[in-house]
Design a protein. Structure first.
Length: 237
């Protein structure tokens, strides 16, 4: 029996945009999904959704800020499904705080969760994907990758760094058969906005962000969408 045509690795896949992106890719035929985050129960829920859509899916609980954990998890993914064709670097966290009120520990934690996670996964998989000569890396950036926001010092710094990492990777791999896309998403209805005094309709649905990634992947290998800026219809929140 032939193996999967599409092997999709998604980080931060237990909820929100990561889960929605996994579900979007699960609609492709002959697809297997490797779902990563620290939340095993959340991953299992996403995996069940993906299987219901007809895809194979397995969960790989992992602290993506831990380099040794990432290397062992990537090895487990490759043993289970083979080398990914798509890597979605989505893992991240937002905690508010201005420059003066953000402690060094808090700053390191947000940069670790939003930037080092993507670097770790990319670094672990890149040599094999270059050797194969194909693959698509997605980085889940933000409008905070493009501009600063009050009380978002650590998050903005991390997301600016993430965009820089993606742009550098694009330049390094353009002649190696790899594609790199950054999604720059505005306010999206996820748990991060729980309790906000605004209607859900003021936000983008996470499913739209996931669909944008899937559709960018489906372009011919002669085309790469380098960056996609998505905002709510009424603008930033």
């Amino acid at each position: 029996m032939p193996g999967p045509e599409h092997v999709i690795l998604v980080t931060g896949a237990s909820r929100g945009i990561g889960a929605a992106t996994a579900r979007a890719f699960a609609t492709l035929p002959r697809t297997a999904l490797a779902l990563l985050s620290r939340d095993k129960a959340g991953l299992e829920r996403t995996a069940a959704d993906c299987r219901s859509a007809g895809a194979a899916a397995d969960v790989f609980p992992c602290d993506l800020t831990d380099w040794s954990a990432v290397t062992s998890t990537v090895a487990a993914v490759r043993e289970r499904f083979g080398l990914p064709t798509v890597v979605v670097n989505n893992a991240g966290v937002f905690a508010p705080g201005g420059v003066s009120e953000t402690s060094p520990e808090h700053f390191r934690d947000q940069v670790g969760a939003n930037l080092f996670t993507a670097y770790h996964v990319t670094h672990a998989l890149l040599p094999a994907m270059i050797e194969r000569g194909s693959g698509h890396f997605f980085f889940m950036g933000s409008v905070a990758s493009l501009k600063g926001y009050p009380r978002g010092a650590a998050y903005c710094a991390a997301k600016h760094g993430l965009l820089g990492l993606a742009r550098a990777l694009r330049e390094e791999t353009r002649d190696r058969g790899l594609r790199v896309t950054t999604l720059l998403a505005g306010a999206t209805w996820t748990d991060s906005w729980a309790g906000v005094d605004l209607p859900e309709t003021r936000f983008m649905p996470a499913e739209d962000v996931g669909a944008a990634a899937r559709d960018a992947y489906l372009m011919s290998d002669r085309t790469v969408i380098e960056e996609i800026l998505l905002r709510p219809q009424q603008g930033d929140v």
